[in-house]
Design a protein around this ligand. Structure first.
Ligand code: URA
Length: 231
C-alpha cells in the first residue's frame, strides 16, 4: 500500500480524464490540493490530502489511528471465517478501511494498533525501526538468570536464521516478567521461553514504542495521535 499517488492518476481514476485535459484544468485553476492551486499533474498526493476539481471532491479521506485492548479469543485479522476479529470490535462504518500494525496471537491480550495510514503502520512494523514492544509474561516455571541473560544478549532463531535484538527484562516475581522485544517474529515471546522448556501461560502487550495501553478496558478502543516517526 503506497502513501502517495500522482495527481493526474488520481483524477484519471476519479473522472476518466486524460493528461491533456487535466493539464488544461490545472492551468485554468480548477484543481486544488489542500486549498492551494495544483501546479502539475505530476504532483505527489498523499492518501489524506484533500483534492478538489471545481466544486467536486476527488479525494477526502480521514487518517485514523486507533489503539485497542484485544481480548483473548479474538483474532488479529481483518476477516476470519471462524472467529470474531478485532475489526468486529470497532462498530464504525469506516472500520473495514483499517489494517493492523502488528498482530497478537489469538489468546494474547493487550495493545493492538489499527490505522488506515500505511506510512504509520510501516513505521511501527518495519524491523529496521526497532520499535519496542513491552509484554507482561506469566510462565509455568521459574524465569532464571540464565534465561534473562540470553534474552538480554539476543537469541538465535534457526527458522529465520537471525539473532534477536537484545531484549529488556524486568523480573516482577519468579514466574512473571516485563519483556521488551524489538522485532515481531511469529510467536516470538513463546519461542524465547520454549527454548528453556518454559511455557508462556499469560501474555499481555502493555506498550508499543511510547504508546501505553494504560487503563483502556479490554475490548475497547480509542483514537491516538501518532507522534513523529513511531507511536
Ligand atoms: N509473541 C508471542 O509469542 N505471541 C504474541 O502474540 C506476541 C508476541
Amino acid at each position: 500500500m503506497r502513501g502517495f499517488t500522482r495527481l493526474d492518476r488520481l483524477i484519471w481514476k476519479f473522472a476518466g480524464l486524460g493528461k491533456p485535459r487535466i493539464r488544461a484544468k490545472i492551468k485554468a485553476g480548477e484543481i486544488r490540493v489542500n486549498g492551494a492551486l495544483a501546479t502539475s499533474g505530476a504532483m505527489e498526493i498523499g492518501n489524506f490530502d484533500l483534492v478538489k476539481m471545481g466544486s467536486e471532491i476527488v479525494q477526502n479521506r480521514t487518517a485514523r489511528y486507533l489503539m485497542l485492548n484485544k481480548p483473548p479469543g479474538v483474532v488479529s485479522a481483518t476477516i476470519d471465517a471462524e472467529h470474531s476479529t478485532v475489526i468486529d470490535l470497532i462498530k464504525e462504518p469506516w472500520a473495514e478501511e483499517l489494517h493492523l500494525a502488528g498482530r497478537l496471537d489469538r489468546f494474547t491480550t493487550g495493545l493492538l494498533i489499527l490505522t488506515n495510514d500505511s506510512r504509520v503502520s510501516e513505521s511501527i512494523t518495519e524491523p529496521v525501526r526497532r520499535v519496542g514492544k513491552r509484554y507482561r509474561v506469566g510462565t509455568d516455571g521459574p524465569i532464571t538468570g540464565e534465561m534473562i541473560a540470553l534474552f538480554k544478549k539476543g537469541m538465535w532463531f534457526a527458522k529465520e536464521e537471525v539473532t534477536t535484538a537484545p531484549a529488556i527484562v524486568e523480573l516482577l516475581d519468579p514466574q512473571t516478567c516485563l519483556l521488551t522485544i524489538y522485532e515481531g517474529k511469529h510467536h516470538q515471546v513463546k519461542r524465547m521461553f520454549a527454548h528453556f522448556d518454559v511455557k508462556v501461560m499469560t501474555l499481555h502487550r502493555e506498550a508499543v514504542g511510547e504508546l501505553e495501553l494504560g487503563d483502556l478496558v479490554e475490548g475497547e478502543w480509542r483514537f491516538f495521535e501518532p507522534s513523529g516517526k513511531s507511536p
